[in-house]
Write a protein that binds this ligand. Structure first.
Ligand SMILES: Nc1ncnc2c1ncn2[C@@H]1O[C@H](COP(=O)(O)OP(=O)(O)O)[C@@H](O)[C@H]1O
Ligand SMILES: [Mg+2]
Length: 335
């Protein structure tokens, strides 16, 4: 059942100011066909998590200092570059916030999709070209055959995102990692792309790691969510459950901020003062304590570990309490 099982992933960077730890023992798992959301403000470590798993970190400065990323039983972190290339774009595909950074500006999009197919599959040019148009149709590109002949700059932002998704789907991946796939789009296009991803997932059965700073996106798309702060998972649970009863004050703050207004990426959250600390200036104890209205003296000295209560995991010395179990039963009796 488990497709990806990330265990105690630790990633460090060498910087001008010395070594810093970006990920502290990050663990998460994704079953076949399901969607896990990785959520948190800008700078929480979401992209570093994805890049660590995909082997896409800058080689000279980044180091995987510990952990495993078991994909169908194989540890991706232990693979050499060649073996990882066989998996990337094939069994695991990735899409990004900014499609222009992933698309080749001087190549027709039909050719880019065909190239992605031919990289991993033994097919003729003609077969790949035909399949490319089929993929554009699958991602609901308007006039797919005609659009296949376009260059990226001839497409709208939403169409470019569709083209990038078509490239990602080229080899029918088991897992799609989507890093803020709708953040750069207007609200209407955002909703269309999310609906598309959900429909494609239903059609293909692929699993998805959906990275977002937006709990609204999480509510609409994911089965489970892992909330990340300063390089650690601070809360994890089923989405409906997590969003109705957050137990970590950070999750509660993200939710309260969401209720106030749709926030642009990177905006300060009205309900949580301050921002995510830089890696070089992590406070001792809980990294969230300086911004937390519930912090106890202990929170400033002792890093909380993830504790499980039912299906929920929370790393907090002063968690918000879950509703008492008997309440739903009473409601049932009353109804
Ligand atoms: N190549 C790098 N070298 C040094 N620090 C980095 C590098 N990439 C990311 N970071 C730092 O790691 C932290 C997490 O970054 P990132 O994963 O991009 O956050 P998110 O995707 O959640 O917005 C940030 O403090 C960021 O500055
Ligand atoms: Mg990011």
């Amino acid at each position: 059942m488990t497709l990806l099982d990330v265990r105690a992933l630790r990633t460090t960077f060498t910087t001008a100011n010395g070594p810093v730890t970006a990920l502290h023992d990050v663990s998460l798992h994704i079953d076949r066909g399901e969607t896990l959301a990785l959520v948190g403000e800008s700078g929480s470590g979401k992209s570093v998590t994805a890049y660590s798993i995909m082997g896409l970190l800058p080689r000279r400065t980044a180091r995987i200092a510990g952990g495993q990323a078991l994909f169908d039983g194989t540890d991706l972190l232990a693979l050499d570059a060649r073996a990882m290339q066989d998996i990337r774009g094939n069994r695991i595909a990735m899409i990004f916030q900014e499609p222009m950074s992933a698309l080749n500006p001087v190549m027709r999009i039909g050719d880019q999709i065909a190239e992605a197919i031919r990289l991993h599959r033994q097919v003729t040019r003609a077969q790949a070209a035909e399949r490319a148009v089929g993929l554009l149709e699958q991602v609901r590109m308007p006039s797919p055959a005609a659009r296949a002949g376009d260059y990226p700059h001839q497409l709208s932002g939403g169409m470019r995102q569709r083209a990038m998704i078509a490239i990602a789907l080229a080899c029918a991946p088991d897992l799609l990692i989507a890093d803020e796939p709708t953040t750069a789009l207007d609200v209407t296009t955002q909703a269309q792309i999310l609906a598309l991803l959900k429909r494609l997932q239903a059609e293909t059965g692929m699993a998805m790691l959906l990275i977002t700073h937006d709990l609204g996106v999480v509510a609409e798309t994911a089965d489970r969510a892992a909330v990340m702060y300063a390089g650690r998972i601070v809360e994890h649970g089923d989405v409906a459950d997590l969003l109705s009863h957050p137990t970590h004050p950070y999750t509660a703050g993200l939710l309260a901020s969401l209720a106030i207004e749709a926030l642009p990426p990177g905006a300060r959250l009205p309900e949580i003062p301050g921002t995510v600390p830089p890696l070089s200036a992590m406070p001792p104890g809980c990294a969230f304590a300086p911004r937390c209205a519930h912090a106890l003296p202990r929170c400033r000295t002792e890093i909380p570990t993830l504790r499980r209560e039912g299906g929920r995991q929370t790393a907090c010395h002063a968690p918000l309490s879950l509703p008492v179990r008997s309440i739903p039963v009473l409601e049932e009796v009353a109804a």
